[in-house]
Design a protein around this ligand. Structure first.
Ligand code: FES
Length: 251
């Protein structure tokens, strides 16, 4: 259920060159793939919130992983343990439940919402093959945490500074071809488009989590619409997504 809450910060750490991990105290009931709208300053203006995906969630905590790159997230990054953060959420449609093995593909900060998905899949006893790509080594964060959760882990960088030298989609292609698995992905649009095309080629079910600029986060402003398919139809990432079937958005 969507709620507005004021949550205390348990910890707030830098885990990468621009990436921060924010752990909040509170029961939100968030599911993998959902997001929250976070008030980044002291104002309660809904248009001064930032959408941040849920990195993990437990009975009494909510973890967010975000890149402090713009003005809003830089303001948020100045908050400390003991401060409170005002959130609205959980919002959006998360990843659907599927039994069976999963190939999960992440690009850059797109890995953030996949951690909770990986953990849920593993707790359900499913085999998970995780492929984590970025432009360069510095953009890969918390690799051990991901690696410890999965049956198979591999990373790729565009510049060859860590793991496979090339695109993560090249690693994912082999796994998708070899394994009867559902496919889940989050990252840059070009990567999602390719993963979706590879999954379609091998007739695998594929879900992608889209990023979009969001203002209201609740379906009112139409600031987050994306074209879907070839029919000229648009959908709102905040309420119709952010998780979509790959075939739906990249037909
Ligand atoms: Fe306003 Fe999606 S962010 S409609």
């Amino acid at each position: 259920m969507t709620k507005k809450m004021s949550l205390e910060i348990i910890s707030h750490q830098q885990v990468g060159s621009q990436v921060r991990r924010l752990v909040l105290r509170g029961k939100t009931g968030a599911r993998p793939g959902q997001f929250v709208q976070v008030a980044v300053g002291e104002t309660h203006d809904p248009y001064l919130r930032r959408p941040i995906s849920v990195h993990d969630c437990s009975e009494d905590s909510l973890t967010l992983l975000y890149r402090a790159a713009g003005r809003g997230t830089t303001l948020l990054s100045a908050k400390n343990a003991g401060d409170t953060v005002d959130i609205v959420g959980p919002l959006g449609n998360g990843f659907p439940h599927h039994k069976g093995p999963a190939v999960v593909v992440a690009g850059g900060i797109g890995a953030a919402p996949l951690y909770y998905l990986l953990r849920s899949l593993r707790e359900a006893g499913q085999d998970v093959y995780f492929f984590y790509g970025a432009r360069t080594k510095d953009e890969l964060v918390m690799q051990k945490d991901y690696e410890n959760l999965v049956s198979e882990y591999a990373e790729a960088t565009d510049d060859g500074s860590a793991g496979y030298h090339g695109f993560v989609t090249e690693l994912a292609q082999k796994a998708i071809a070899q394994r009867e698995a559902h496919v889940f992905a989050c990252g840059p649009e070009g990567m999602l488009r390719q993963v979706s095309a590879i999954a379609a080629r091998y007739n695998r079910t594929c879900y992608v989590s889209l990023e979009a600029r969001m203002a209201c986060g609740v379906g009112a402003c139409l600031g987050c619409v994306v074209p879907v398919g070839t029919s000229g139809e648009y959908k709102r990432v905040c309420v119709d997504g952010p998780v979509f079937a790959g075939r739906e958005v990249f037909a």
